[in-house]
Design a protein around this ligand. Structure first.
Ligand SMILES: Cc1cc2nc3c(=O)[nH]c(=O)nc-3n(C[C@H](O)[C@H](O)[C@H](O)COP(=O)(O)OP(=O)(O)OC[C@H]3O[C@@H](n4cnc5c(N)ncnc54)[C@H](O)[C@@H]3O)c2cc1C
Length: 469
């Protein structure tokens, strides 16, 4: 997204398309935006799927390109939480007055409160002393704590486990930087009742619209060109680039280079990866590994349970299952369950294939499809009077293929502000810049990737947004 957006903004600003090249390693645009359609024509997003009203750049592009945004279906009261072998609906958990909903050594009251409220209470109990933006916990800057250590000051280990199991991501128990992670969580989890939005037909509508605009302005993205090496000589001389292409290596030079790619991809570029400036930048990040798998069904059978969207959660490796199907705008009767599994759960799925999983379509009898369907059976079976129908197709995406990552967090002891600033021009006097979601103020979101481009264009190339955007 960052590469497309930067190209579009530069062309819009009048840069000659003959002097600007967009080189993409794969044979498609969109990167971590990937909409796939089942043979029955049921489209879902394997990667980014929605955006919030606070994502102002995404919102402005959606409006400008005339894309159709629809409200994402929020949390469903009938959505299922399956933990430690027991399945309960959100409503049943909220009504568990006398019995612990799940077998955790955590009080009924705390379990009933849901993860956002547990986290909000934990933050309150941390009794920070603050000087400016510098929150301190027990006298030490929060930025010097790891997330689990900070949380364990106010939660028991079982409470932390319960919190992590109820939430989507695995980073709650990873040594990521506490200040940045808690700020991120507060921003994303305490949004109030503002609904999220998605695009009719899928988020790929956004990169597709950017591509169409780039094309209209004379730009031509070049595919299957993986940047493999960069040679920096005299800062005044052009930068030498080597690409790997299906036809062999291709050498080019450029006066300025923007690397709009995840940390792992930068780490593979010869001539850059070994430089101390780049090593410092890379060490500021904690890349998150995830696998998503979509099971497509002839009918959205979960509607029998009163689930009309939102997600169900489990401590099984399926982890977080989004329910798609039945939305009026789809005009199709199919349905899909999308599992997002990161951390150890992601590794579980990676270990299932014969010699590792490969991203793409899989049959109903593939080990990943069969295992995910069987976990869905364990989650929803106790609530259904009939056996779950079998899936008709499945698609798996390993987001760590090609040294990518699902998203990035700030690593322990990192200094996000300094790293973001440094990424814009990491090697003194050289016109090489790094941007994208990883080094952005809003990691994990398309908006972050786009914000990092705006920062780059404004601070390094002095390109301002036109007033009428
Ligand atoms: C499962 C999942 C769910 C998500 N959900 C949401 C969501 O709901 N909403 C949201 O806003 N965001 C979401 N995100 C995050 C969002 O997708 C990303 O933040 C955003 O797309 C990142 O954009 P980017 O341009 O920084 O990186 P990318 O999209 O990863 O683009 C980088 C591009 O660089 C290319 N590349 C890599 N190496 C090279 C090389 N050496 N040479 C040439 N090209 C190279 C890649 O092929 C890729 O096309 C989700 C991500 C995932 C994985």
């Amino acid at each position: 997204m960052a590469g497309l957006y930067a190209t579009w903004r530069l062309l819009e600003a009048g840069v000659n398309p003959d002097r600007l090249g967009l080189f993409e390693a794969s044979n498609r645009t969109g990167g971590r935006v990937l909409t796939v359609s089942s043979p029955q024509g049921f489209a879902i997003d394997m990667g980014a799927h929605n955006f919030s009203p606070s994502h102002r750049i995404v919102g402005a592009l959606v409006e400008r390109f005339g894309l159709r945004a629809v409200e994402s279906v929020g949390r469903s009261p009938a959505g299922v939480v399956h933990l430690r072998g027991r399945s309960l609906t959100n409503t049943e958990i909220a009504r568990s007055w006398f019995r612990r909903p799940f077998a955790y050594d955590v009080s009924t009251y705390v379990q009933r409160r849901g993860p956002a409220r547990i986290l909000r209470k934990a933050l309150k109990d941390m009794s920070f002393t603050a000087t400016g933006n510098d929150r301190r916990l027990r006298g030490r800057p929060l930025a010097e704590w790891t997330l689990p250590d900070a949380l364990l000051e106010v939660l028991t280990p079982e409470e932390l486990r319960y919190l992590a199991d109820r939430l989507i991501y695995s980073f709650w128990r990873q040594p990521v930087q506490a200040e940045a992670a808690l700020t991120w969580a507060a921003q994303e989890m305490f949004r109030g009742k503002d609904p999220m939005a998605e695009l009719q037909g899928g988020m790929a509508g956004l990169p597709d619209a950017l591509c169409a605009e780039i094309d209209r302005l004379g730009g031509r993205p070049v595919f299957s060109h993986r940047l493999a090496a960069v040679t920096l000589a005299d800062p005044a001389a052009p930068i030498a680039l080597t690409f790997e292409t299906p036809g062999g290596q291709r050498a080019l030079t450029a006066r300025r280079v923007v690397l709009a790619m995840p940390a792992g991809a930068v780490a593979r570029i010869e001539g850059l990866a070994s430089r101390p400036e780049i090593k410092v930048l890379l060490s500021a990040l904690a890349p998150q590994r995830a696998v998503t798998t979509a099971l497509f069904y002839a009918q959205p059978w979960w509607r029998r349970l009163g689930i009309h969207g939102g997600a169900s959660t489990t401590d099984l490796p399926a982890r977080h299952l989004r329910h798609h199907g039945g939305e009026q705008w789809r005009g199709s009767h199919g349905g899909a369950l999308l599992s997002y599994a990161d951390g150890e759960s992601g590794e579980f799925w990676r270990g299932l294939g014969d010699g590792g999983i490969t991203s793409g379509w899989t049959g109903a009898d593939h080990p990943v499809t069969a295992e995910l369907h069987s976990q869905a059976q364990r989650m929803f079976g106790p609530k259904m009077e009939i056996p779950l129908p079998s899936p008709v197709a499945a698609f798996t995406q390993d987001w760590n293929e090609n040294e990518s990552a699902a998203f990035h967090m700030w690593s322990n002891q990192s200094k996000p502000e300094a790293a973001m600033q440094r990424a814009l021009c990491p090697i003194d006097q050289n016109r090489i810049h790094i941007c994208g979601e990883a080094w952005s103020p809003r990691q994990g979101w398309i908006e972050g990737a786009l914000e990092s481009v705006d920062m780059l264009l404004e601070r390094q190339i002095a390109l301002q947004w036109p007033q009428d955007r």
